[in-house]
Design a protein around this ligand. Structure first.
Ligand code: MG
Length: 439
């Protein structure tokens, strides 16, 4: 059984005249909404979002949570469509809720817009949700650095929000909760004023979640308080022995970091990234307007985080290495096949061939050059070698072998001729002798 404790704080800030943020922190559901769309609209949209979310989250499942977000979207859209004063209102929404997942308890996380859910685990603060904002897209594309994004004049333009269209794309995924985990849900009024290292330090320093939430709001006001500030802090105080079981599993491996991340990780499918409505939310503007600009209708299906991505990379690297080895081996065989030579017969003539006698794999030998040696001239002692193909390391070696063969043929042919002529000579010289002596 997983148990939680939590705290929440919200504040109008030091510039705005009303608070268009809305927090939700009840036993089974935690959320932050940041409204936009006119003096009245933003406040109405944010409050309607968290109220509808709470009313619609009737079963502890991830699907129910996503459906509840869609209900909230529909409720805001319907109200805005029927009321001239509220037309164009919208809101961000991020929420977490303990859910049942095949008998296991996990935490479902959902997000639309640029409010954020963070996880503080082992002292490290990690942003779990992805912002649907123009500057965040520019950061992801490398056109803007994270520090530039904080001060960018268009930092308030969100690319997705509730209430702008009849349907909405919802990011959703699950995280396994462990004792000691601390979740932070907040509006941009916090992270726009307080840098993440300071947020993390505050979350590490203050044990009581209520106190931590209030301190973060105070720091945002100290930093300027240019926007409404909302903070919800949720601690996992008991995880039913899950952390211990994970530690046991970790002892069985030599790569603790990797396995820890896996166990920590994002277990259930999330949606494909896709952008929908772009809503302008001018900084500090009391009369902030929501203006739908771009719209695509693809439904979010499944995005998986750390573990699957690492698995994919591992497979990709393995496949690449495997093919690199195959190509290298084939190259070596090909080189071998194309850079050796042998002396053999081409018809009735001795010739030099490139390759291996009979070929190697798919590399057939090719005729390199002919010689003046006929098959009938080849000494019997060499016949067998040449018929099989006499292998040599290089073309020069093959030519030397042929020269050597020619010399041998000459040598072996010469003694026969010499004997014959010397016999003749002997006969010629001895013949006259008797005749000379005869007379
Ligand atoms: Mg805000």
């Amino acid at each position: 059984m997983t148990a939680y404790r939590w705290g929440a704080a919200t504040d109008v800030g030091r510039v705005r005249s009303n608070n268009q943020d809305a927090p939700l922190a009840v036993e089974h559901l935690f959320a932050v909404a940041d409204g936009m769309g006119g003096h009245k609209g933003g406040e109405v949209a944010a409050r309607l979002a968290v109220r509808t979310l709470e009313d619609s989250f009737t079963e502890p499942t991830a699907d129910t949570l996503v459906e509840a977000v869609r209900h909230a979207n529909a409720a805001i859209f319907a109200l805005a469509s029927g009321d001239h004063e509220l037309r164009g209102m919208g809101t961000t929404l991020t929420a977490i809720a303990p859910v049942e997942d095949d008998g296991d308890e996990t935490l479902a996380v959902v997000n639309v817009g640029d409010s954020r859910t963070y996880l503080l685990r082992d002292g490290e603060l990690q942003q779990l949700t992805e912002d649907h904002s123009l500057v965040e897209e520019m950061v992801r594309d490398g056109r803007l650095s994270p520090s530039e994004a904080v001060e960018h004049p268009q930092r308030h333009i969100v690319t997705r929000a509730l209430g702008i269209d009849s349907d909405v794309q919802v990011d959703s995924f699950a995280v396994i909760p462990y004792t000691g985990d601390r979740y932070l849900l907040c509006s941009d009024g916090l992270f726009g004023e307080v840098d993440e290292s300071r947020i993390a330090a505050t979350l590490r320093r203050l044990d009581d979640p209520d106190e931590a939430a209030r301190e973060l709001v105070r720091l945002a006001n100290e930093g300027g308080g240019r926007d409404n500030i909302t903070v919800v802090v949720v601690d996992v105080v008991e995880d039913g022995g899950r952390a211990e079981a994970a530690s046991e599993a970790l002892r069985g491996t030599d790569n603790t970091t990797k396995v820890h991340t896996d166990l920590a990780g994002f277990t259930s499918p999330v949606d494909e990234p896709g952008e929908t409505d772009e809503i302008t939310r001018p900084a500090g503007g009391k009369e902030a307007k929501a203006t739908p600009e771009a719209a695509t209708k693809s439904t979010r299906k499944a995005r998986r985080r750390d573990r699957p991505r690492r698995f994919t990379w591992r497979v990709a690297v393995f496949v690449l290495l495997f093919w690199a080895i195959v190509v290298a081996a084939a190259g070596a065989v090909g080189w071998q096949a194309r850079n050796t030579f042998y002396v053999g017969f081409a018809g009735d003539e001795v010739a030099i061939f490139r390759g291996k006698p009979g070929g190697l794999l798919w590399f057939d030998p090719t005729f390199e050059e002919g010689t003046d040696v006929a098959r009938s001239d080849v000494p019997a002692a060499r016949m067998r070698d040449i018929e099989r193909g006499k292998e040599l390391g290089s073309l020069a070696d093959a030519r030397r072998y042929v020269e050597n063969l020619e010399e041998q043929i000459d040598r072996e042919g010469q003694p026969t001729t010499t004997t014959t002529s010397s016999t003749t000579t002997t006969v010629a010289t001895s013949e006259p002798a008797p005749s000379t002596s005869a007379p």
